[in-house]
Structure formats: structure tokens, C-alpha cells
Design a protein around this ligand. Structure first.
Ligand code: HEM
Length: 445
């Protein structure tokens, strides 16, 4: 109600939160906040749309995660909402002790235990397997389309399945569970948002209880019979001081890494495909210069990021670009808007796969919580989009895509497409290695 009242009073940030129709294209609303610096008045807290301010707050130890603080320091309206909601029914991947919800020293400890599995080198070793998964899914897409007059939903049959398959294999979660995980992920995703209605909140809670029970059983089994996967390693991991993770820490970490592993990358693939449908010139450029694919993925992340915004709280009285903030004050970092800051990105609203500094976006955050899966997500996005557009050069939209209802996570719920003819060039036998080299003289941004 508080958000809706602010939206009616003309606050652009509240309008984005309150109105799904406006959320279809929130970027003009973010621009209305651009003249206020370092912060504009947001829906419930001050918000920044500036690249330098967002970066500085994310990198400053004067700010921490909101979940790491006592709820009595939250804005009164959120305190009331939390009191009405009652205690959480299950361990949530976005509440303490999840790594994304805590500050050092706990954060340092959790992150150290899992980070090796996600290093750029570890991810490079997964590229070929990811390509095989993409090829298998594209075969399935072709079969499905053949049975439906060439039409298929790109999100249900490809964009969502690729990341969940990769992360499941990587972490030792049974791949047969992937549809169940996608369904749980879909129901739990609104948990990130502020201002969800009561029935959505109850459904999130029910989902967390189901997830909690499944994870406890799975971790028990890994303890009895560990495999060569990351979760088995975590179950038995001990830190420098000889201590391991408690059951709750383990559960929160596992649920976060698996959830973050597919709930965001599906949106990168969907948003990327939609942008390429809308920009045939950029698609042609990629067909002519395939070495631009990696940069194209960063440009997708810049111009339409899957994580649109993030909150932080001041851990002490502090000043940001001359603006004082009191200890406990909450600020929102508008990552999606910062990615269109004209002081960093010339012609910021133009989708340009050859943009030289596309990688400077804040889609993965910054500072100590910088996305653990950034290398994995970039690799998956590149493999998935390239394999798709090379296999089906005539691929096109066959109707309107439907966006997800969520605020923080931005992506497509469905994207109906028609495949068109298949290119023999884009078809690669599983396991066949492909050269990513380009003829000399073509430049990668
Ligand atoms: C395009 C895909 C992705 C996007 C846009 C994305 C975005 C983000 C952002 C913005 C954060 C910072 C949160 C904060 O500072 O509060 C983050 C953290 C995180 N991400 Fe990702 N992510 C993606 C893919 C992945 C994948 C594939 C994984 C797989 C493991 C992953 C795991 C994590 C984890 C564990 C954190 C918490 C890190 C920490 O607290 O130190 N993400 N992600």
C-alpha cells in the first residue's frame, strides 16, 4: 500500500515497483531519476542510478547486506510487513546464514569454501560439456517444433533448461529433478522483491518448506555416499580452523548456489535472444564476426540485466558523494539504470554488441559480493546464444514474449519462436570441438 501510494504521487521508482505494465520497459522511468545525485527519492528508500555511486557503495565497508542487520533498524513499513509475515518457515537462500545475506567475517568464510569451484579456470573446463548440453537441447527444440508447425517456447524448452542442467551436473543434484527445481525456482523468485501480495508470500513460504525438506534429505545422502561434486566436497569441507559448515549453513549455501545458478542465467539467455530479434543488424554482425559473441553477452547484461537492483544498509554513519547517511539507513542501487549512465557508456540506450566497454556494467554487482558465478554465467550465455543462432539462422519471434512478474529479477516467462531452416554449420555433433578463432583482421571489442 505504501508503494502504491508513492506511485500515485508520481514517484518513478514506486511506479516501477507497483505497475507490471510500466515494468515492461522501466528504463524511461529510471531516466527520470537521473538528475538527482547521488541519490533520488525511491519507493521506500533512497535510490542511486549512477554508476560511480553504485560502485562506491558496493565496494565500501561502510555498507553491508540488509539481511545481516536486526529488523528493528528497517524502515517502519517493512518492519510491520515482517511482523505480519511471522518467522520464516524454512531456510531461505537469501537470508542469513546464506553468503549473499551476511557481512564479513562470516561472508569471507562461506565464500572461501565454495569459490574455487567457480574460478574462471574451472568454468573453462565446463565449456565443452555446456556446448553438448546446448546441442542436445537444440535437437529437442527441433523435434518439439516439428510436432507444432515449427513453433516452440524458447524459454521453456531451452533458456531455462540449459543453466539448470549445467548447475545440477556441476553440483551433483540429480538432473531428473530439473523440472521440479525450475518450478520451485519460479515460485520462490518473488522472495527477492519488496511488496509482494499475501498469497504470493504464502506460496514462497510453502516452497521454502518443500525445498528445505528436499535439501536436508539430499545432504544426508551425500554425507553417507559422497560423490566427486561440489556439494559432496562442501559437506565434508573444513576451514583453516578445522570447523565445517553447520547443517543450516550448508543448506543455505547449497540452495543459494543452485538457485542463483539457474534463476538468473535463464533471463540472460531470454533477454539476449529478444534483443537479437529486435536488432537484426547486430545479429548479422555476430554472424559475420563470431568472436564478438562474448562481448555481446556483456552488452546484453548491460542493457537489460537479469538483476535490476540491490539494497544495502549503512553499517555506520557515513557520507556518499557528499551526502550523509545515518547508521542503519537503507539505500537501493539501481544496477540496470547505472548500466545506462551516459558518463560511462556513450549512447547508453543503443544495443551495440561491439561496444568497447560493455564489460564495465554492474550486472554482477561489485565488491566482496561480486557474483560468484559470473564466469559461469558469461560462458553459458555465450555458448547458449551462439549455438542457438548458428543452428537456426532464420529463428524469429512468433508472437509476443511474456515477461516474468518479478521486480528484481527481469526476464521472460515465455518467448514463442519459429525456428525456420537449420544451418548445417551451426549443428555440431556432441563432443565435437569448435574453433572460436576468427580470421585475422576481425576485431573483438
Ligand atoms: C546472468 C546471470 C547472473 C547474474 C546477472 C547474477 C547477478 C548477481 C549479482 C548482482 C550478485 C550480487 C548480489 C549482491 O551484491 O548482493 C550475485 C551474487 C551471487 N551470484 Fe550471481 N548472477 C548470475 C549468475 C550466477 C550463477 C550462474 C551462479 C552460480 C553459482 C551465481 C551465484 C551467485 C552467488 C553464490 C552470489 C553471492 C556471492 C556473495 O555473496 O559473495 N550467480 N549474482
Amino acid at each position: 500500500m505504501a508503494i502504491r501510494a508513492r506511485a500515485r504521487a508520481g514517484n518513478p521508482d514506486a511506479q516501477v515497483l507497483a505497475d507490471p505494465a510500466l515494468r515492461a520497459d522501466p528504463y524511461p522511468l529510471y531516466e527520470r531519476l537521473r538528475t538527482a545525485a547521488p541519490f533520488a527519492d525511491g519507493a521506500l528508500a533512497r535510490i542511486s542510478v549512477h554508476h560511480d555511486v553504485c560502485t562506491d557503495v558496493l565496494r565500501s565497508d561502510a555498507f553491508g547486506q540488509i539481511g545481516a542487520y536486526r529488523t528493528d533498524r528497517l524502515p517502519p513499513v517493512l518492519r510491520l510487513a515482517l511482523r505480519l509475515a511471522g518467522p520464516r518457515a524454512g531456510v531461505s537462500p537469501i537470508d542469513p546464514p546464506s553468503m549473499v545475506a551476511v557481512d564479513p567475517p562470516e561472508h569471507t568464510r562461506y565464500r572461501r569454501l565454495v569459490s574455487r569451484a567457480f574460478s574462471a579456470r574451472a568454468v573453462a573446463g565446463l565449456r565443452e560439456r555446456t556446448r553438448q548440453i546446448a546441442d542436445e537441447l537444440l535437437d529437442g527444440l527441433e523435434r518439439e517444433a516439428a510436432a507444432h508447425g515449427g513453433h516452440v517456447d524458447l524459454v521453456a524448452r531451452y533458456a531455462s533448461l540449459l543453466p539448470v542442467t549445467v548447475i545440477s551436473e556441476m553440483l551433483g543434484v540429480p538432473v531428473a529433478m530439473r523440472d521440479q527445481f525450475l518450478a520451485w525456482g519460479d515460485r520462490a523468485a518473488p522472495d527477492l522483491d519488496t511488496g509482494v501480495n499475501w498469497s504470493t508470500h504464502r506460496d514462497v513460504e510453502r516452497t521454502l518448506v518443500e525445498l528445505d525438506a528436499w535439501w536436508r534429505g539430499h545432504l544426508r545422502q551425500l554425507r553417507r555416499d559422497p560423490g566427486p561434486d561440489l556439494l559432496s566436497a562442501l559437506v565434508t569441507a573444513v576451514d583453516d580452523d578445522g570447523s565445517g559448515l553447520t547443517e543450516t549453513e550448508l543448506l543455505a549455501t547449497a540452495a543459494l548456489v543452485v538457485g542463483a545458478g539457474f534463476e538468473t542465467t535463464v533471463n540472460l539467455i531470454g533477454n539476449g535472444a529478444a534483443l537479437l530479434f529486435a536488432h537484426p543488424d547486430q545479429r548479422r554482425l555476430l554472424a559475420e564476426h563470431p568472436s564478438l559473441w562474448a562481448n555481446a553477452v556483456d552488452e546484453v547484461l548491460r542493457i537489460d540485466p537479469p538483476v535490476q537492483r540491490m539494497p544495502r544498509r549503512a553499517r555506520r554513519d557515513t557520507t556518499v558523494h557528499g551526502s550523509p547517511l545515518a547508521e542503519g539507513e537503507w539505500v537501493v542501487l539501481g544496477l540496470a539504470a547505472a548500466n545506462r549512465d551516459p558518463r560511462v557508456f556513450p549512447d547508453p540506450h543503443v544495443f551495440d554488441v561491439a561496444r568497447t566497454n560493455a564489460r564495465e556494467h554492474l550486472a554482477f554487482g561489485s565488491g566482496i559480493h561480486f557474483c560468484l558465478g559470473a564466469s559461469l554465467a558469461r560462458m553459458e550465455g555465450e555458448v547458449a546464444l551462439r549455438a542457438l543462432f548458428e543452428r537456426f539462422p532464420d529463428l524469429d519471434l512468433a508472437g509476443y514474449g511474456r515477461r516474468r512478474d518479478t521486480v528484481i529479477l527481469r526476464g521472460y516467462r515465455s518467448l514463442p519462436v519459429v525456428l525456420g531452416s537449420t544451418s548445417p554449420r551451426g549443428r555440431s555433433a556432441s563432443g565435437e570441438s569448435r574453433s572460436d578463432q576468427e580470421p585475422a583482421g576481425t576485431s573483438s571489442a
